[in-house]
Design a protein around this ligand. Structure first.
Ligand SMILES: *Cc1c(COP(=O)(O)O)cnc(C)c1O
Length: 468
């Protein structure tokens, strides 16, 4: 499988190079040159497979030429062995044709584990083959950092440094990062905001000499391998509910558009999906786009669903590339206008076609709490604020049809957001057993000023230790 950049100017690469590159050199994102696709009989043979078996079937075409099937099988088995539910991504029925898929049974209790647990192992595998190491540096406002640390801890070829804004992440979120005692993991509490953390990381990556010296890398949500691994659970849900003989639609609480783009990929690969429903919080740039065809940035407002407090959905460029007929120059033009002026207007024809598949619905904090409350009282299902927005979007869409199934994705465990859950439902959710002692585990973190030179010295000292 070969991959092309959405801006059309970066070299065409194989899977392993795309994995390590993250962003393409022309500023674009990598996508498969063409979608692998499964026929209806092939999809029928997926019924009854375990999650790891299905994962190998679905991802095999994407890694062709880089990993053998045996290598992929071993990595996948290891990646999902630590998940705490035997079904990995269980489905729960909320109504006659409405389901919720729980994507929070991984080590950090959010859906990002489903991709990152595999991506950390893919990095190690490819780097071992090449005799290389990387230093991953990232900033987090909460969820991503812990999932990235869990995916990289104890990997031989990877060092990871995660910055978080001191005193501005929740205690559960901080402890999920700082109680990891592996020697290749460092947590830095920055005297500043999340934006300061991100600016520091950007400054490191902008220093080409430093980047090359330490082989800096990122595991952020634009990495193709993350999208690839997320396609699997769309197949898992759809096949369990009768695909390809039944239409299965999805509702997805959305921030960077990575998760729902994986649903789009699943459709391209042959799943009978008629509708992809995007749920937004007050930061509703995507919902406004699907309503009006124009993407326009506004300031970010903090909400009860912080992992969706995003101004620009970076994976959206992959969708633009598809609907502009793989015209890299046109993508570059539109993205350039967006970067300069904060507005992206899709050509009317392309937008109309997008609307046949996508729609968006927004929920402010009051509506999110109301959705959590009414769901808990009607079905007993206690959901976190992000997941509740997914279900609420499904209900609002009017697409719950008698002849199709609709699956809303639950992206975080309620215990990650206990205050909001308690406020909405009166129930304070407890951490699952494997994390029950989180508040007793020792923490390890270092404080650092908002200073790029100090950060560089720190990263050089830490990564240098491993290389010595
Ligand atoms: C990251 C995250 C999201 C948003 O997912 P995207 O792929 O960025 O759209 C939603 N919910 C939770 C809990 C998350 O951690």
């Amino acid at each position: 499988m070969k991959y092309v950049s959405t801006r059309g100017k970066a070299p065409v690469l194989g899977f392993d190079d795309v994995l390590l590159a993250g962003l393409a050199r022309d500023g674009g994102l990598y996508v498969p040159q063409s979608w692998p696709s499964f026929s209806e009989p092939e999809i029928r043979t997926m019924r009854g497979l375990s999650y790891p078996e299905l994962a190998v079937r679905v991802m095999r075409p994407f890694v062709e030429g880089c990993l053998t099937e045996d290598e992929l099988t071993a990595l996948v088995a290891d990646a999902y062995a630590g998940f705490t539910h035997p079904a990995v991504a269980p489905l729960k029925q909320l109504g006659r044709n409405l389901w919720v898929m729980e994507l929070f049974h991984g080590p950090t209790l959010a859906f990002k584990d489903y991709a990152l647990q595999l991506v950390g192992r893919l990095f190690d595998h490819v780097l071992t083959k090449r005799g290389q190491r990387v230093t991953i540096v990232g900033a987090t406002s909460g969820d991503t950092g812990s999932a990235a640390i869990e995916s990289c801890r104890d990997r031989d070829r990877v060092d990871i440094v995660i910055l978080h804004p001191k005193g501005r992440v929740s205690e559960v979120q901080r402890r999920q990062m700082t109680t990891v005692q592996s020697s290749n993991v460092r947590n830095l509490a920055v005297d500043g905001t999340f934006d300061d953390c991100q600016d520091l990381v950007k400054e490191l990556f902008a220093d080409a000499a430093f980047r090359d010296e330490l082989n800096l890398s990122a595991v952020n949500s634009i990495n193709w391998a993350r999208v690839m691994a997320q396609v699997v659970y769309y197949f898992h849900a759809a096949v369990s509910l009768g695909a390809p003989d039944v239409t299965v639609d999805f509702a997805v609480p959305t921030g960077n558009f990575g998760n729902v783009f994986a649903g789009f990929a699943a459709k391209m690969m042959g799943l009978p999906i008629d509708r992809l429903i995007v749920g937004s919080n007050t930061n509703d740039i995507l919902t406004r786009f699907f309503e009006g065809g124009v993407m326009k940035t506004e300031g970010v407002v903090p909400t009860l669903s912080p992992s969706m407090d995003i101004q620009v959905s970076s994976n959206f460029e992959r969708l633009v590339f598809h609907y502009l007929g793989h015209d890299g120059e046109a993508v570059e033009r539109l993205m350039g206008e967006f970067r300069r002026g904060g507005t992206l207007a899709m050509p009317q024809g392309a937008w109309s076609v997008m609307r046949e598949l996508f729609e968006g619905h927004r929920f402010d904090d009051a509506a999110t709490l109301a959705a959590m409350r009414s769901l808990a009282s009607a079905t007993g299902e206690v959901l976190d604020p992000h997941s509740a927005i997914g279900v609420a979007a499904a209900l609002k869409s009017g697409h719950i049809r008698h002849d199709a199934q609709l699956v809303a994705l639950a992206t975080a465990h309620p215990a990650k957001f206990p205050d909001a859950v308690e406020q909405a439902t009166g129930i304070r959710p407890g951490l699952p057993p494997h994390m029950a002692d989180l508040f007793q585990r020792p923490e390890r973190l270092e404080a650092i000023g908002n200073d790029a030179a100090a950060l560089k010295a720190y990263v050089r000292g830490f990564a240098g230790r491993a290389r010595a």
